[in-house]
Design a protein around this ligand. Sequence first.
Ligand SMILES: Nc1nc2c(ncn2[C@@H]2O[C@H](COP(=O)(O)OP(=O)(O)OP(=O)(O)O)[C@@H](O)[C@H]2O)c(=O)[nH]1
Ligand SMILES: [Mg+2]
Length: 309
Amino acid sequence: MAEPAQAAQGAAGATRCGFVALIGAPNVGKSTLVNALVGSKVSIVTPKVQTTRALIRGIALAGSAQLIFVDTPGIFAPRRRLDRAMVGTAWGSAQDADIVALIIDARKGAADDGAVLDRLADIRAVKVLVLNKVDLVAKPTLLALAQKLNERASFAATFMISALSGDGVADLKGWFAARVPSGPWLYPADQISDVPLRQLAAEITREKLYLRLHQELPYQSTVETEVWKELKDGAVRIEQTIYVERESQRKIVLGKAGATIKAIGALARADIAAAIEQPVHLFLFVKVREGWGDDPERYREMGLEFPKG
Ligand SMILES: Nc1nc2c(ncn2[C@@H]2O[C@H](COP(=O)(O)OP(=O)(O)OP(=O)(O)O)[C@@H](O)[C@H]2O)c(=O)[nH]1
Ligand SMILES: [Mg+2]
């Protein structure tokens, strides 16, 4: 009798498996698209730029293919050390992928993407162009944009999708599945992400921080899970620290009589509980850690390489 794992994969040698890196400017919808392709929320999404900081792998099956989608931080002109780490990690994943999908916000056009397009020429992977947010744009504008971008770089195909509504996502996934190389699956059939639960929980809290706080503050904060304790009643006790740069920022995160942190905690707790399918007791602490953006340990916690100099 066949092993269940083999049965799921079909005849030996018939499987495919590959890495698809999604790159593009901040806020174009890369994380929304990874979540849509996986069919589950593995990467956080906010209306703010520079939400994703490290590589998040979302894993999906399509027929006999296992697709490993690599969500990357948006590519932009980096200023701070953290920015450099984020942009560097995005390009690194493009170098390693079998397929690179350049995601463009169709509403904005390609104004921000000149530098990305130039550098794309050095990437050996198969390249596809994905115009996202087509729900916001008229058809003639889309066709003109597709033509312009295809003149700038060599793409194997162009897709027009809405990651938000799901329009065109299944076609895109099918295209990837047909083109990743033959080979064994790298992850168990039921795995949808490589993000450890502690990190996922920290990311969810960071999403709520981004949604709740304004201007520069979200960018000057980071979240770490310090304690993860399974309780006898089946619930989990999670303690997290939100690091900020200054005392004035700590006060804003706490809010009047702790109202802001309470609201962030309530939203995060609900989402973490839904993600891990367990009741959660969430405890948030806010600490000032001046210069955390230059502390190698914080980068290790985020899964980023620490850029020197
Ligand atoms: N209308 C519309 N909005 C979208 C679509 N896809 C994403 N968005 C929105 O665009 C915003 C940014 O989405 P993200 O998925 O966080 O973008 P990202 O490219 O991962 O951004 P960074 O992580 O900052 O690089 C969010 O408010 C999304 O809801 C789409 O197809 N249509
Ligand atoms: Mg993102």
